[in-house]
Design a protein around this ligand. Structure first.
Ligand code: SF4
Length: 337
């Protein structure tokens, strides 16, 4: 039976972050205006545990939202103590958190290790100096590289978050960031194409015409290339696109590539590209596409989008879809007769 991972998310709000990243309105992103205390964290974990099957292989508490290691040290310890007590009781198997690269040093990693933290995610967003500056991140790429080295030295699992489409970015700079991310060999990556959220500086830049967000189509196209590269490098991608479950919903997103099924659309686009690579503009009587049965819906695309695209774009008389579960997930066999 495959390994099941369960994440118990605890959102840690902005709480006086001194930085001003142009895309961030932490209250909106996390939907939380006040942080939970020790007892509330324990209660929340317990209520999640009631819904998780006893046979679950891996249960982790995840502190998301804020720059965890930048918040009040006493509050960090209160939250970490709650997680550690749950670890010691054997109720959970790991603790993960997200933070900024410039809030990582030996002292920080020492106490995270003491509290049993297992995975650290860094909000990298871009490795292009120009983009980091335009996004108001307040640190340069060297800081990211140093934090990555340190986290690896301590043997924490390393996660990296990237944001294509930030101000000052281009496709080239986003793809260059991905190339470098692959060289850093993280354990996992999250891809968050930039969204314009209400109340952020980016929203003002957008309204004044100084920032042009990615369209949904651009976001899907760029994310599909990035996801494919990371798949080829065998780097796990645990999220593509911000989800409504992460506290952001339609009325808070002013612009940008937001869709509740963003990842599925991106995975379908990869399938479409794989099929298109194998055909040309010559007339085709029968196009037979074989995939693993778990990939059928990605092959078809949302509302049959991929099949309609193939029919409209190429002179094809008939498309036949076949299943072959001996094929690896993501592989496609195309026969054009
Ligand atoms: S560092 Fe994190 S919490 Fe602070 S403004 Fe930037 S994205 Fe928001």
């Amino acid at each position: 039976m495959s390994k099941r991972n369960y994440i118990i998310p605890i959102f840690v709000p902005h709480l006086g972050c001194p930085h001003d990243c142009v895309f961030c309105n932490q209250e909106e992103i996390t939907g939380v205006k006040r942080g939970l205390g020790y007892a509330e964290v324990i209660k929340k974990v317990d209520s999640y545990l009631e819904t998780i099957p006893k046979r679950a292989n891996n249960i982790e508490v995840a502190f998301y939202g804020g720059s965890f290691t930048g918040i009040d040290p006493l509050y960090q310890r209160e939250l970490l103590k709650a997680a550690k007590d749950k670890l010691l009781k054997g109720d959970i198997n790991g603790v993960r958190l997200s933070t900024r690269p410039d809030y990582i040093d030996e002292k920080v990693l020492d106490y995270l290790e003491d509290y049993g933290v297992t995975a650290i995610e860094l909000g990298v967003q871009s490795l292009d100096e120009k983009v980091l500056k335009a996004a108001g991140r307040g640190h340069n790429r060297e800081v990211v590289l140093k934090a990555v080295d340190l986290i690896k030295e301590y043997n924490f699992q390393l996660g990296l978050q990237i944001m294509p489409g930030l101000p000052g970015s281009s496709r080239e700079s986003d793809f260059q960031t991905v190339k470098e991310i692959i060289q850093l060999k993280p354990d996992f990556v999250r891809i968050y194409p930039t969204l314009v959220i209400k109340g952020t500086q980016l929203a003002s830049l957008y309204k004044s015409g100084h920032y042009i967000p990615l369209s949904l189509e651009d976001g899907v196209e760029i994310s599909s290339t990035i996801l494919e590269e990371l798949n080829k490098a065998q780097i796990k991608v645990i999220r593509v696109g911000l989800q409504p479950s992460e506290g952001v919903n339609d009325d808070e997103v002013i612009a940008g590539p937001f869709h509740p099924s963003f990842r599925q659309i991106v995975e379908s686009r990869i399938m479409l590209k794989k099929v298109e690579e194998k055909i040309d503009d010559n007339p085709i009587k029968t196009l037979t596409i074989t995939v693993n049965s778990k990939d059928i819906s990605n092959l078809r695309g949302q509302k049959n989008h991929n099949i309609d695209t193939l029919n409209n774009k190429y002179p094809i008389e008939e498309i036949i879809i076949k299943r072959d579960d001996t094929l690896e997930r993501g592989s496609v066999i195309v026969e054009a007769l």
